[in-house]
Design a protein around this ligand. Structure first.
Ligand SMILES: *Cc1c(COP(=O)(O)O)cnc(C)c1O
Length: 402
């Protein structure tokens, strides 16, 4: 008989992320199918557009098949050309850089801040050259980059600001929604993000002059959207473009999630806060550093991470958690250290803070539907690691600054 708790724990590993149904997602998919048209820009896509525009006070929102697609559209809209330079942190996902590389531009990496792991705004200006076209702040873990400083620098140097808000839907910086502050914003609805349609994304615009072109780029370079509004009598090829729009099945599922945006956000925040409380004492003991949320930032519990004291500890910690039935994962090999980043001329040692913190960071399971019992298993896996280890703790200087 399999009754051993140890055996059951071994059988069942709490995943790091899990898809969930928040309400009417499947019903809406059925509705989309019975309406008889599944291509993009149908009723559910329009509902999502309106929801995003109203909720975040955005002039124009357009669903895309991914945040990657939205970033590619942003690069075309910002008129990024061969030889241009685009500033971003190296502690981000490949799509942040690829979107601009695809246009022939060069990503110029910047060091991150030690507290939020976001781009260090005080180091941006030194990287600006006559080729610089844009700054791409990515709000790590849904905690805002220092947008006031970034917007001010961009204005002074006439640069476009494209927010990679893949992590940051529903989060705020000084009372403003992330994704709505820069010239262009992007969201992700990938399975691992707070609101999901499996794969999905959105482009957010505040400049009315970009709307028409964005519709054209999204519809394979045609003026199809204008045609359907009756603004032109036939539609034709008018610009570069690709196919960036999702099908109605995707939009129907997404709308089911957006409708419950507040409930999802509350549930995630509750899980996040339970972790945060549970790990207070191990932070005080100097074993870990917990996430730092500046008082002017409202986060969305996109992730819960801990900073351990070294890469060796992290490797050991991840295997300890696995034995206890909990997954724990690391995140982002810095782009400048990746094979592609090195081919672009970057090297190890270039960004010491990025390199150190990315080695020390570990993410814990966080998803809607993560039960209290499973959260307790994660918490005890984490705490038992530190009570078991007899290492001499070196307090993190950032903790002392709290
Ligand atoms: C997830 C992610 C993306 C890409 O999102 P997709 O929707 O999967 O294309 C881009 N940037 C960041 C920072 C991300 O975390």
């Amino acid at each position: 008989m399999i009754t051993s708790g140890v055996y059951l724990t071994f059988l069942r590993m709490i995943p790091f992320n899990k898809a969930h149904i928040s309400g009417k997602e499947l019903f809406y998919i059925a509705q989309a199918v019975t309406q008889g048209e599944l291509k993009g820009d149908g009723p559910f896509t329009k509902k999502c557009h309106t929801w995003l525009e109203e909720r975040f006070g955005i002039l124009k929102a357009l669903l895309t098949h991914s945040c990657t697609g939205a970033l590619e559209m942003a690069a075309i809209l910002a008129d990024i050309q061969k030889g241009d330079e685009v500033i971003m942190s190296s502690f981000t996902f490949t799509s942040t850089a690829n979107a601009f590389l695809l246009r022939g531009a060069k990503p110029i990496f910047c060091e991150i801040r030690e507290d939020t792991l976001n781009i260090d705004e005080t180091q941006i200006e030194a990287l600006i050259t006559e080729r610089t076209k844009a700054i791409v702040p990515m709000h790590y873990a849904g905690v805002g980059c220092e947008m006031d400083a970034i917007m001010e620098i961009a204005q002074r140097h006439n640069l476009v600001v494209i927010e990679d808000a893949a992590h940051a839907i529903m989060a705020k910086y000084r009372g403003e929604w992330l994704g709505s502050i820069g010239d262009i914003g992007t969201f992700s609805f990938h399975e691992t993000k707070n609101y999901s349609s499996g794969e999905g994304g959105a482009l957010l615009l505040k400049d009315p002059e970009l709307i028409l072109r964005s519709e054209i780029i999204r519809e394979k370079g045609t003026n199809r959207s204008q045609f359907f509004r009756g603004q032109v009598d036939k539609y034709s090829w008018v610009d570069v473009g690709s196919s960036y729009l999702p099908s109605e099945i995707i939009a129907a599922f997404l709308y089911g999630q957006l409708e419950n945006a507040d409930e999802i956000n509350d549930e995630r925040l509750a899980i996040w806060s339970r972790y945060h409380e549970a790990f207070e004492t191990i932070e005080e003991a100097g074993d870990v550093r917990r996430p730092i949320i500046p008082s002017h930032c409202e986060h969305n519990a996109h992730m819960y991470y801990l900073l351990l004291d070294s890469l060796e500890t992290r490797t050991d910690f991840i295997s300890h958690c696995a034995k206890q039935g909990s997954s724990a994962v690391f995140h982002y090999v810095p782009l400048h250290l990746s094979p592609m980043g090195r081919r672009l001329g970057n090297r190890a040692g270039q960004f010491p803070i990025t390199e150190e913190l990315s080695d020390r960071l570990v993410r814990l399971p966080l998803y809607c539907g993560l039960s209290r019992e499973d959260q307790a298993i994660v918490c005890s896996a984490v705490r038992s690691y530190f009570s078991a280890s007899q290492r001499t703790a070196v307090p993190d200087p950032m903790v002392a600054n709290l």
